[in-house]
Design a protein around this ligand. Structure first.
Ligand SMILES: Cc1ncc(COP(=O)(O)O)c(C=O)c1O
Length: 402
């Protein structure tokens, strides 16, 4: 263990900054390896990971089940294939396993990323409904490709100068008695609408948890006006909230849903009535063509079931939230919120949030920013009580320092 960042990390970052677009890096972490909930950097520093690699490593690192799947593919020469042109067994297995944790009567379309999962989800809706305006939420994040970007509305730099589809925005209501909870009705009454799209917990937007009433109202209105409700579970899906899908906390079902991150591949899942029913409407060379990642996704779902990880998420989430709630109201922390192991800590000032996040990094704890002035925590589903307590101790020390 040495300086953070160490000399190797500094050199690598220097090359990347010179040659590549300087994108959304939050601190100078250059990863080398990982085990359990720990990430090791190129200089040998170890970090406790409360980010699960931005939600995409639900079983942490070096998980024996994942290593076993990977080892099998060491023998196979053909692992990245044109997965919407040639069939493979991994696709069949993932479709069965994923549909086993979804409502009945669903089908799926596999792709590469979260934003593509959203693109294909909105295409399924437009295909059925026509190219009408759609409804999305203020502070939403649905990805960065141009179709999905229309419905993203969390940060100005993500949007500036890019063209948009027709969209009408509503408030993402987080309280049960918000006077704007029914705002979509006026839009649905006055316009032909192609779909309503929302997250259940706004991820990039700040870990804002939707009010039950808000989501139920959207479901009711979608039914009343015969408009599909698209739920974006790219960040919330596959266990991070203590249920397979965040929508289960709200007592609703989507018509179409996007998933990715923890799933390793992108997926649009949809009620069969939204099936395009004509071949070739959706496709992609590598869409669902990464055999290793599809096999890993199948194994992840099996491990979550076998090891009762949803229960672990609920328990660990309660411990983490309780520890943080005790310091809410102090040290510039104005609010602690979340579901399961998706927890947002809001600060009074963005500058303070940024400073604290970097101090945590120097203390070997990885967390992420969200929204304008919040920190988000989304540790792997396999996190232990000791690791939660270790993280809480570091956060307590860092937050209480001026
Ligand atoms: C809710 C949501 N939708 C879509 C996306 C886009 O996913 P990707 O970055 O894999 O394109 C994200 C990514 O953070 C997300 O949180």
């Amino acid at each position: 263990m040495g300086k953070i960042p160490g000399t190797k990390a500094k050199k690598i970052i220097d090359v990347i900054k010179r040659n590549s677009y300087d994108s959304t890096y939050v601190y100078p972490l250059v990863v080398a390896d990982g085990h359990d909930c720990m990430i090791k950097d190129v200089d040998g520093n170890e970090f406790l990971d409360f980010t699960s690699n931005i939600g995409s490593s639900p079983l942490g690192y070096r998980h024996p089940d994942i290593l076993e799947v990977r080892a099998k593919y060491g023998e196979i020469g053909m692992f990245k294939i044109a997965g919407q042109d040639f069939y493979c067994e991994e696709h069949a297995q993932l479709s069965k396993t994923l549909l086993s944790v979804l409502p009945a009567n669903f089908k799926l379309f596999l792709c590469n990323s979260g934003t593509e999962a959203v693109e294909n989800s909105i295409k399924l809706a437009y295909r059925k409904m026509g190219p009408h305006p759609a409804i999305s939420c203020i502070d939403a994040f649905h990805g960065r490709t141009l179709g999905a970007l229309t419905f993203t509305y969390s940060k100005s730099e993500q949007k500036q100068n890019f063209p948009e589809f027709a969209v009408k925005r509503i408030k993402f209501c987080t309280t049960e008695n918000d006077p704007e909870i029914n705002a979509a009705e006026k839009l649905l009454k006055e316009n032909k609408i192609a779909f309503i799209i929302t997250e259940l917990i706004q991820g990039e937007g700040g870990y804002n948890v939707a009010s039950k009433q808000f989501i139920r109202t959207l479901r009711k209105l979608a039914n009343k006006y015969s408009v599909p409700l698209i739920l974006d579970e790219v960040q919330t899906g596959l266990g991070h909230t203590g249920k397979w899908w965040a929508f289960e906390h709200f007592g609703v079902k989507p018509d179409i849903m996007s998933a990715a991150k923890a799933l390793q591949v992108g997926a649009s899942v949809y009620d069969k009535k939204f099936d395009p029913r004509k071949r070739g409407v959706l496709s992609s060379t590598w869409g669902g063509g990464d055999r290793i990642n599809m096999a890993i996704a199948t194994r992840i779902i099996k491990v979550i079931k076998r090891d009762k990880l949803l229960e672990n998420v609920t328990k660990m989430g309660q411990t983490l939230k309780k520890g943080l709630t005790e310091i809410s109201g102090k040290h510039g922390i104005t609010n602690v919120r979340g579901l399961g192991l998706m927890i947002g800590i809001e600060f009074d000032l963005a500058k303070k949030r940024d400073k604290k996040m970097n101090e945590l990094f120097k203390r070997n704890l990885l967390v992420l920013p969200a929204g304008k002035k919040s920190i988000r925590l989304i540790p792997p589903l396999v996190i232990t009580k000791e690791q939660i307590e270790q993280g809480l101790t570091i956060m307590n020390e860092v937050f209480s320092r001026n």
